[in-house]
Every structure is written in C-alpha cells, then in structure tokens.
Design a protein around this ligand. Structure first.
Ligand code: ADP
Ligand code: MG
Length: 238
C-alpha cells in the first residue's frame, strides 16, 4: 500500500513556479530520499507533505487519506529539521516529551514513551541535561527523539545531518538506517549529499528545477541514469 502519494503537485510563490507538477508514490515503510541541488525545491516539497506549506494545485494523500488542507498535526507525520529547533530552557526529557505534554497525555505515559525513545537513541543518560550541555550529534538525536516519541506513520527529515562533521554524519547515517529497520515507518529524507542518498535510500527521487528527473533505487540510478543531469549528480563525489 502507498503511504504518501503526490498527484500533480505544484507550488508557486507569487509569479515564481517552484514545484512544477510532481507525481510520486511512496510505499509504506519505504526510505525515500529527495536529492538535488540547492534551490531545486526539496524543502518546499517536504513542507507541502508536512502541511507547513500548502500546494498551489494537485492532490496529496497520506495513509490513503486526502490531507490537502489538513493541519500538520492531523497528518500522522513528524518532521526533523536541520536546525534542531530544541527549546533551550527545557531538559532533554521535556524537549522529547513536549508534544505529548501539549496533547495532554497522562504523565506516566509521557515518561514511559520518552524513556523508550531515549533508549533507542542512546540518550537515557542525558535526560536531565539542557540542550546547551549537549554535543551537536546529541542535539540531533534529541530532535529525532522528539519525532519518534509521537509514533508517527511518516517521518520527514530535512537535511538533518548537514550541521555535523563528517565522522558524526557517517555514524548518524548508520543509526538512522537502523532506526528505520526497527520502526518500519515511512521515511522521507531530504539531502543534497549524494553519499547519504546512495547509502540510505530504498528509493531516490532526483529533483531538478522543481521537477522529478528520475525515480529509482540507488543501483538503478547509478547503472541506468535517465539523463545527463542524473548521471552527473549521482556520479559526482561530494
Ligand atoms: P531546496 O530545499 O532544494 O534547496 P527550496 O525548496 O528551499 O529548495 O526552494 C526552492 C525555490 O523556492 C528557491 O528558489 C527558493 O528561493 C524558493 N522559495 C522557497 N520558499 C520560498 C518562499 N517562502 N517565498 C518565495 N520563494 C521561496
Ligand atoms: Mg532545503
């Protein structure tokens, strides 16, 4: 079954067409990576799926339901940004549990879910710290924990590792791949980094100028690039 379906999605800001008709179907449990050069529309497409931005035209389905016009909180998704957007005055525990508190879940349930999410991210020993007492990698784990704890069907990531150094990025790539295997959730992951796309994706969507150039597995794109753009983009080292 399809988890997320984009049906002729377009987006214009004023007179500028940024997304120019995107058709895409992402299967349940798939790790789908949007890749492409800066400004090609990756974040805009992700923000449309999340509901932070509304498409100009086209239909968007999540979990078999037309969510066009639905609030972000009604979409069964959780989003992880590049800038971690943690609350500086709250502990790790309260940052991770913030959404559940807002939703007025019982305290015991919040504690249990925060602790389970923290354990899966090696954060259990840091629950009482504030964000400024954490490393970059730990902060990014907290941001991911905040998404996991809500138990979404679909995770959206916008360049979550781009603020980390190369060694930590490599480690987090592995951790995210393991997390995906464990949670079996649909993940849509935006990056401009070919290595991330090639190593993490079940399916890669190559975007260029607001359009899809090609969709395929890493090996399909590598072995049979449909356009010179795809060949150059997938082939070129970071
Ligand atoms: P990417 O994430 O691939 O780097 P974006 O989706 O952020 O690209 O942006 C795609 C294009 O849309 C860029 O040209 C950007 O300047 C433009 N854009 C994005 N958001 C807005 C906005 N709110 N208003 C006007 N233009 C925007
Ligand atoms: Mg972007």
């Amino acid at each position: 079954m399809s988890s997320v379906v984009l049906d002729r999605i377009t987006k214009s800001f004023g007179a500028v067409d940024v997304i120019k008709g995107v058709d895409l179907s992402i299967a349940e449990g798939e790790f789908c990576v949007f890749v492409g050069p800066s400004g090609c529309g990756k974040s805009t497409l992700l923000r449309i799926i999340s509901g932070l931005e509304e498409q100009t035209s086209g239909r968007l389905m999540i979990g078999g339901r037309d969510v066009s016009g639905a609030e972000p909180s009604e979409r069964g998704i959780a989003m992880v940004f590049q800038s971690y957007a943690l609350y500086p005055h709250l502990t790790v525990r309260d940052n991770i549990g913030f959404g559940l508190s807002l939703a007025k879940r019982p305290k015991a349930e919040i504690r249990e879910r925060v602790e389970a999410a923290s354990a899966s991210l090696q954060l259990s020993h840091l629950l009482d710290r504030k964000p400024k007492e954490l490393s970059g990698g730990q902060r990014q784990r907290v941001a991911i924990g905040r998404a996991i704890v809500r138990n979404p069907k679909v995770f959206l990531f916008d360049e979550p590792l781009s603020n980390l150094d190369a060694a930590l990025r490599a480690q987090m790539r592995l951790e995210l791949t393991e997390l995906h295997a464990k949670l079996k959730a649909t993940m849509i992951y935006v990056t401009h980094d070919q290595v991330e796309a090639m190593t993490m994706a079940d399916k890669i969507v190559v975007l260029n100028g607001g359009r899809i150039e090609q969709v395929g597995s890493p090996m399909e794109l590598y072995n049979r690039p449909a356009t010179p753009f795809v060949a150059g983009f997938i082939g070129s080292p970071k």
